[in-house]
Write a protein that binds this ligand. Structure first.
Ligand code: FAD
Length: 460
């Protein structure tokens, strides 16, 4: 209950961005109200990052069982018990959910369960109760978008939310969209034995990544038997007796049991009072300045409603930033290129900073050099039997401005890559650091050695 008090911070939405704001603000002794209509933790915990990564891990276990013989282990994949996979996935979510609820309840945060509405720039109303804030932080997140004329029915034409509650492994699936969410589901379903076809309008899969990463993923997907069609805008879908028939531009049709629509996420900003209070919106998103201020005084926005990368850790960092800003700590502005990006398909893609193309645009073609270290020379990657590379993009006589990696487990290497990028390290500086042998981190070390002109396990 608000009891008519004024809070230092009122946060609307309890997902990654909102709860991070609330926790950091409470830590800084600000009084905080956090309003959530569904479950604390939002998309990431309940319908996004966590369940999908559990699903992909179960897929990895299936693949490893299938391929165990190449390691001299005799095992047979008898089947995939989706109820068992779902129970595992749910148990991971449930445990983290409980932990998060504990954190929020012990942090002296006033938690209000219910749908909030901005009724004045400094006031959110929930269940007839008004929460007034000296500052308001909007963090209402995002939803699965679809295309005009493409209706989701939750059964044959499904969203990522529906895909996470399927009680079976589909025999065949068409995945509309070859971005992060699309390729992750394609990868997991293929691991479970489904026939998968990705349909993508752009010229390549994971099109936001460096072109070499897209090529490597496409090569690996071909090998894994994941079909994909790029440059293939969706035209229509029809229901058939056994599933769906999708027509792509040019008239080609593909049939499958299910169609997963993974064409991006739209902001949740409609009908909650934003426009009425005069908040500036851009195609539904809430633009902010670099200090995450909206056009309304003392109203901030964080997370997926702010144009840019829709990632949980961006939301966390923005939440921390806003709480510190409100507390007067003058935090450092977040560099959007300094946010790590990981796609958890098999093989994984992990990247930092600028793609080669962007770096050439930004610094000039002659001022940029690149080096790709093939995981073929990396002991641990060979032990894992994975292929891929670590590609560096650096300014000539300057810092590393991009790191792009493909291969099993490279998502875990992004921690070092982000230190390199964010500390503006020079190749020669990283080349001095010792990397443990045999680890995949050595591939990062080797790439920097090579770029610094002294390759060890690579040809000069
Ligand atoms: C399938 C999938 C996989 C993903 N995987 C990853 C990943 O591996 N890594 C990664 O970094 N990101 C991933 N993401 C993205 C990540 O989930 C989002 O970037 C993140 O959840 C955004 O946080 P947010 O706080 O902006 O919004 P959300 O998490 O969407 O939270 C917003 C919250 O606000 C609440 N809300 C909305 N309106 C109101 C209202 N009027 N009143 C009260 N409450 C309201 C909602 O109920 C929700 O809980 C994935 C997303 C999806 C869909």
């Amino acid at each position: 209950m608000s009891n008519g008090d004024t809070f230092d911070v009122v946060v609307l939405g309890g997902g990654s961005g909102g709860y991070a704001t609330a926790l950091r603000a409470a830590q800084l002794n600000l009084s905080v109200a956090l309003i959530e209509k569904d479950k604390l933790g939002g998309t990431c915990l309940h319908r996004g990052c966590i369940p999908t990564k559990a699903l992909l891990h179960a897929g990895e276990v299936a693949d490893q069982t299938r391929e165990s013989e190449q390691f001299g282990i005799k095992a047979e994949l008898v089947g995939v018990d989706m109820a068992g996979v779902n129970a595992y996935m749910d148990s991971v979510v449930a445990r983290l959910y409980k932990g998060l609820q504990g954190l929020v309840s012990s942090a002296k945060i006033t938690y209000a369960a219910g749908e909030g509405r901005l009724v004045a720039p400094n006031t959110v109303e929930v269940n007839g109760e008004r929460y007034v804030g000296r500052n308001v932080v909007l963090a209402t997140g995002s939803y699965s978008k679809t295309l005009p004329g493409l209706d989701l029915d939750g059964e044959r034409v499904i969203s990522s939310e529906d895909a996470l509650t399927l009680d079976r492994v589909p025999t065949s699936v068409i995945v509309l969209g070859g971005g992060v969410i699309g390729v992750e589901f394609a990868s997991a379903w293929r691991s479970f034995g489904a026939d998968v076809t990705i349909v993508e309008a752009l010229p390549r899969l994971v099109a936001g990544e460096d072109e070499e990463c897209s090529k490597a993923v496409e090569r690996a997907f071909r090998k894994r038997g994941i079909a994909f069609k790029v440059n293939s805008p969706f035209e229509k879908v029809e229901r058939t007796d056994s599933g769906v028939r999708v027509t792509i531009a040019g008239g080609e049709t593909i049939e499958a049991e299910l169609l997963l629509v993974a064409v991006g996420r739209g902001p949740v900003t409609a009908n909650i009072g934003y426009e009425q209070q005069g908040l500036t919106m851009d195609r539904g998103f809430v633009p902010t300045d670099e200090r995450l201020r909206t056009n309304l005084p003392n109203v901030y926005a964080v997370g997926d409603i702010v144009p840019g990368l829709q990632l949980a850790h961006r939301g966390f960092q923005q939440g921390i930033f806003v709480a510190e800003e409100i507390a007067g700590l003058n935090p450092r502005v977040i560099d959007e290129d300094g946010i790590p990006r990981v796609t958890y398909c098999d093989p994984e893609v992990a990247s930092m900073g600028l793609t080669e193309a962007k770096a050439r645009e930004q610094y000039g073609a002659d001022t940029v050099k690149t080096y790709s270290y093939n995981l073929g020379g990396n002991g641990k990657s060979q032990i894992l039997r994975t292929a891929g590379f670590v590609k560096l993009v650096s300014v000539v006589d300057g810092p590393v401005v991009g790191v792009h990696m493909v291969g099993a487990r490279v998502g875990e290497l992004v921690g070092e890559a982000q230190l390199i990028y964010n500390w503006e390290a020079y190749p020669a500086e990283v080349a001095q650091l010792v990397h443990a042998h045999p680890t995949q981190t050595e591939a990062l070390g080797e790439a920097h050695l090579a770029l610094a002109g002294k390759p060890l396990h690579a040809h000069a």
